[in-house]
Design a protein around this ligand. Structure first.
Ligand code: 4G0
Length: 221
């Protein structure tokens, strides 16, 4: 999976060199290309934003600079362009799985009060939000998208983890326990030590229902 990220703050993405996503990059299961939008300013002060027409607070990212950054990318023909924005459709696990089937995502990160509408109309295929709150930029949402989508790329997780994942099936996970057998006077449920795999599976399914009912009843409806 190829991710191209258009951003004013490419250094924010260094956290993606850690853990499972870092390993996926090293294994070339995913590739993340970071494009600094500022490199495409032709202004002597490297200006990337300006005041909004019609007045109002804040700054707007200039359409020409964003467009040159976009045009610099290769193999755009088969890519989907995603704009991270609080006005987008809220990301969920279904959308994540859908996006993981694309081969190439171009992710546009806005700052200030957003980006001039004309370049958005020209290049954006889909506007996506990670939830109903406003952040200072689209970079954290872009990282959330890259992380969630990468988990479904072939070989990034071991197959069992993805297939067993109950969230995709609209349920929360059962509780997990590891050694020691007794912690602060609290024992691990006996059934998990029994070695009876049929009974363990039954217990876990019951727990999933109980936990989903209690914490996220909306998922069961
Ligand atoms: C575009 C995404 C981008 C427009 C981006 C702000 C939250 C999310 C940005 C704005 C973001 C999200 C109109 C304020 C950058 N904040 N929920 N901030 N406006 O996914």
């Amino acid at each position: 999976m190829q991710f191209d990220v258009l951003t004013l703050f490419p250094e924010m993405f260094s956290s993606l060199n850690e853990s499972i996503i870092g390993r996926a990059k090293k294994n070339e299961q995913i590739n993340i290309k970071l494009i600094n939008i500022r490199d495409f300013s032709e202004d002597k002060h490297n200006k990337v934003d300006d005041t909004p027409y019609g007045g109002g607070a804040g700054m707007v990212m200039k359409p020409d600079v964003v467009y040159r950054a976009y045009k610099s990318l290769e193999n755009k023909e088969n890519a989907k362009v995603i704009y991270m924005s609080p006005q987008g459709k809220t990301l969920n696990q279904k959308k994540v799985v859908e996006l993981s089937k694309e081969g190439h995502l171009i992710i546009l990160c806005g700052h200030y009060e957003g980006i001039d509408q004309r370049v958005l109309d020209k290049i954006v295929d889909e506007e996506i939000s990670i939830g109903d709150y406003v952040l200072t930029g689209g970079e954290l949402p872009a990282m959330v998208l890259i992380d969630s989508v990468s988990r479904y790329v072939e070989g990034v997780l071991n197959k069992n983890s993805v297939e067993e994942e109950s969230f995709s099936k609209g349920m929360l996970e059962y509780p997990q326990y590891t050694r020691p057998e007794e912690f602060e006077g609290i024992k691990v449920p006996d059934i998990l030590l029994s070695g009876n795999h049929g009974e363990i599976e039954k217990w876990r399914k019951e727990k999933q229902i109980e936990i989903t009912k209690k914490k996220r009843p909306d998922l069961l409806k």
